[in-house]
Design a protein around this ligand. Sequence first.
Ligand SMILES: C[S@@+](CC[C@H](N)C(=O)[O-])C[C@H]1O[C@@H](n2cnc3c(N)ncnc32)[C@H](O)[C@@H]1O
Length: 271
Amino acid sequence: MALGWINPENYSFNSFLLLERFQIHLMMDSGGWRCEKEEWRYNMGVALNANPIVKEYFMRRCPECKALFEELTASFPSLKEAAEIRKAENYVILSVEDFIIYTTPEHMAAQCDFIRGWNKKHLFTLADLTDKIVLDVGAGSGRLSFAAAEKAAWVYASEPVGTLREFMRDEIATRGIRNIRVLDGLITNLPFPDRTFDVVLSGHVVGDDYDNEIAELTRVCKPDGWLLDCPGDSEGDMVLDKSLTERGWEAIHYVGSFGKDVYCYRKQVNQ
Ligand SMILES: C[S@@+](CC[C@H](N)C(=O)[O-])C[C@H]1O[C@@H](n2cnc3c(N)ncnc32)[C@H](O)[C@@H]1O
């Protein structure tokens, strides 16, 4: 079930106190990723009973899911045994390990395969970024933004998770970078006027709701500008994203640093 990005033993259950409202909502709607739903409900119920401060935070931060928090804590036991509680906490932590690693952005580059294995030359072959106005949607720890800033006039890094925005801002200050601006924003509701950018970048962001997400990326892109999806290298086998190619995106293939096939995608905007 795990991506292998974290060892849950290294994370306190209090890491959930750093989640954004949209993350709590998504986690509660989905019941974690890559896991069995009834198991997830049990483990979340046990973990919340053992961590009333996290439950209180979830209820206040994400009131639309209040009934579900109440239901889970009422349906599952308050365990006494510390080892059993930790087992439940670890299960829940691993079920959303991407959200948990975003609470320690400094560990992302070292532990996420798509960041540590990736070479920025694969971005530069997708489109000419020289002197362009670029948007990086769901910028994360800034893999694509920092690479793009070496060529572009300006890079806007939009990212809905506060810990990641702060990380990028600290890096920008430390490295003395002058052409990246970091701001909040969801892919389905980007805080920019129509036709603003020459190039709109993303990696691991498009895919929950292809039509609405691509419509919003297209809206903020200038006519004849480019949409690029550049996911970085994967240690596992990557499959072609037919949902993108069927919508007119060109797939570009290379063999990545782990010896596995990697696909990037691009589409020129005609509007
Ligand atoms: C796996 S990370 C990839 C980060 C970066 N794009 C990269 O490829 O290095 C996914 C990123 O998408 C962001 N994200 C998640 N849901 C999002 C949404 N609805 N809109 C915009 N960004 C989102 C996450 O906060 C996270 O930074």
